[in-house]
Write a protein that binds this ligand. Structure first.
Ligand code: N01
Length: 493
């Protein structure tokens, strides 16, 4: 993929950070609207964001392909109901090429600091390849790109191979080796079935059993693909149907403990019982928190993988890691040749790692001392001309994240277009608009599963506040976010 190395224009209209779904969506819409000059900088060496970085065996999306794609970049020939990593990455590369983004895209360029220059009304941005200046910055950095390694004593003393699932080391041969996998989240349930059949022995270290639903993945046949190609309305109706199947959960109040929770838990228990006849193993795999508190997983092949003779499930507490393997709190030892950490990401720390200094020297870390928060998850008071995509409280547990991203892109774009039309140099969300929005989020969260569910999850910060998930329907979010009400919610100058 040949991106650009051309010199950057002296002052960019827009700098977009990240070439994953959200950054590329923003770039496409900027280009269509004639906003420019703009540039997309990406720290990685390819397009796709999480779908470029995560190459573990079996990496796939648990949202159907026709819904997990941009409404303005339709693809008729998705090969499976649930898309696999390579197909999503190829889709994003094709979109970037077809929509003329390559001349705007600069790879291997990490943003290291950003400072708002009030006198010149622009952002001064430090990158690993030199400074940039931009009137506006759109962050498409996402939240799930800093792998979290567990704080287990002796971790670095391990003598075998060790890596995180999000940075899979394909040079390490796991075939016929004794492999330990720590963690049982969305990543582990996808790759454990892929490697279980080839390793000598797999020990899965589980701290908390997850709720797992049936997946029912299937290939989408050539006839259906051809029909979607010939009749775009058929594809749109299929996408719409998938949207409503997912959205109905939110409309029925999935974020609260309800009858729906109990019914979904019963379905997941039946899924477990069908796959795992062994009562003792089933007990170990049965969650003890209410469904929805952590991300609900979908997989048909994970439980069968645990039934294999060469796979064992360890549910005790890990005491330490030694050069030879893992030692449990009860003294049991597991000799291992390799350890895969499927231990998730540092989500709340993601923005704090990047020094972002807004108006009057306020840093984003200071603004978020009492927890992350942004107006519509997009704009933060004190940080003019800065727009966050996939910002705080805009993640989804029930539907496609792409729908949220598109609403955020339209919000940022409506601000940028108004700035151009009205000759504005800065737009900054009013603190009262931000406070009103965050009060609404808090009210929605007050009787949510995260208050009552008795679990901790990466959705919550160290104080237990959910700063990751939008506690409502996509429809409700889109209604509020899609078009910025500049004169009501923003200060302009
Ligand atoms: O990470 P996770 P993930 N000792 O944080 C355990 C997205 N995603 O990479 O539950 C022992 O879910 C931890 O245990 P516990 C998706 O949004 C999407 O799997 O904290 N264990 C848990 O079991 C997802 O939610 C897709 O008790 C430790 C696991 O490690 C997000 O990425 C696919 C531990 C971490 O699970 C993250 O998923 C894959 C310790 N010290 C991922 N620390 C799609 O299909 C942590 N654990 C779209």
């Amino acid at each position: 993929m040949s991106a650009t190395d051309d010199p950057v224009p002296e002052i960019l209209s827009v700098l977009i950070v990240g070439a994953g779904f959200s950054g590329l969506a923003m770039g496409i819409r900027c280009r269509e609207a004639g906003i420019g000059p703009f540039r997309i900088v990406e720290k990685g060496d390819g397009i796709g964001g999480t779908w470029h970085a995560n190459t573990y065996p079996g990496a796939a999306c648990d949202i159907p392909s026709h819904l997990y794609s941009l409404s303005f970049v339709p693809k008729a020939d998705w090969s499976r109901l649930y898309p696999q990593q390579a197909e999503i990455k190829a889709y994003l590369e094709a979109a970037a090429r077809a929509r003329g983004l390559l001349p705007h895209l600069q790879l291997n360029t990490a943003v290291t600091a950003m400072t708002w220059d009030e006198a010149d009304s622009l952002w001064r941005v430090e990158t690993s390849r030199g400074p940039l200046r931009a009137r506006a910055v759109v962050s498409g950095m996402g939240g799930l790109h800093h792998p979290a390694l567990p704080d287990i004593p002796g971790r670095d003393s391990f003598g075998g191979a060790a890596f995180h699932s999000a940075a899979w080391d394909h040079r390490v041969e796991l075939r016929n080796r004794r492999v330990g996998v720590i963690g049982t989240g969305a990543s582990a349930v996808q790759f454990v079935p892929q490697i279980a059949g080839t390793v000598a022995h797999l020990t899965l270290f589980q701290r908390t059993p997850a709720w797992i639903m049936p997946k029912h993945d299937r290939a989408i046949g050539e006839r259906a693909q051809a029909a979607y190609r010939r009749v775009p309305l058929a594809r749109r109706l299929f996408r719409e149907r998938l949207f409503w199947i997912h959205e109905v959960r939110a409309l029925l109040g999935f974020t609260k403990v309800s009858k729906l929770t109990a019914q979904a838990e019963a379905l997941a228990r039946r899924h477990l019982a069908r796959a795992v006849p062994d009562k003792a193993l089933r007990r170990k795999l049965t969650p003890r928190y209410r469904l929805g508190c952590k991300r609900v997983l979908i997989a048909d092949d994970f439980y069968p993988a645990l039934m294999r003779e060469n796979v064992s499930l360890e549910t005790g507490r890990i005491a330490r890691i030694t050069p030879a393997g893992v030692v449990m709190a009860d003294g049991a030892e597991h000799a291992l040749d390799a350890i895969v950490y499927a231990t998730g990401f540092d989500v709340t720390g993601s923005f704090h790692r990047l020094p972002v200094t807004g108006r009057d020297g306020l840093t984003l870390a200071e603004a978020w001392r009492d927890g992350m928060g942004a107006f519509q998850g997009i704009s933060v008071a004190g940080f003019p001309n800065l727009f966050l995509l996939m910002g705080p409280n805009t993640g989804l547990g029930h539907n496609s994240m792409i729908l949220m991203i598109e609403a955020q892109v339209e919000h940022a774009l409506s601000c940028l277009k108004a700035m151009r039309r009205r000759g504005l140099s800065a737009v900054e969300v009013r603190p009262e608009a931000q406070a009103r929005f965050l009060d609404g989020v808090r009210a929605r969260l007050s009787d949510s599963i995260w208050q009552a569910g008795g679990c901790t999850s990466w959705y919550q910060d160290s104080e237990g506040r959910n700063t990751a998930i939008w506690p409502g329907s996509v429809l409700a979010y889109r209604r509020g976010a899609r078009r910025a009400r500049l004169d009501a919610d923003y200060r302009v100058r």
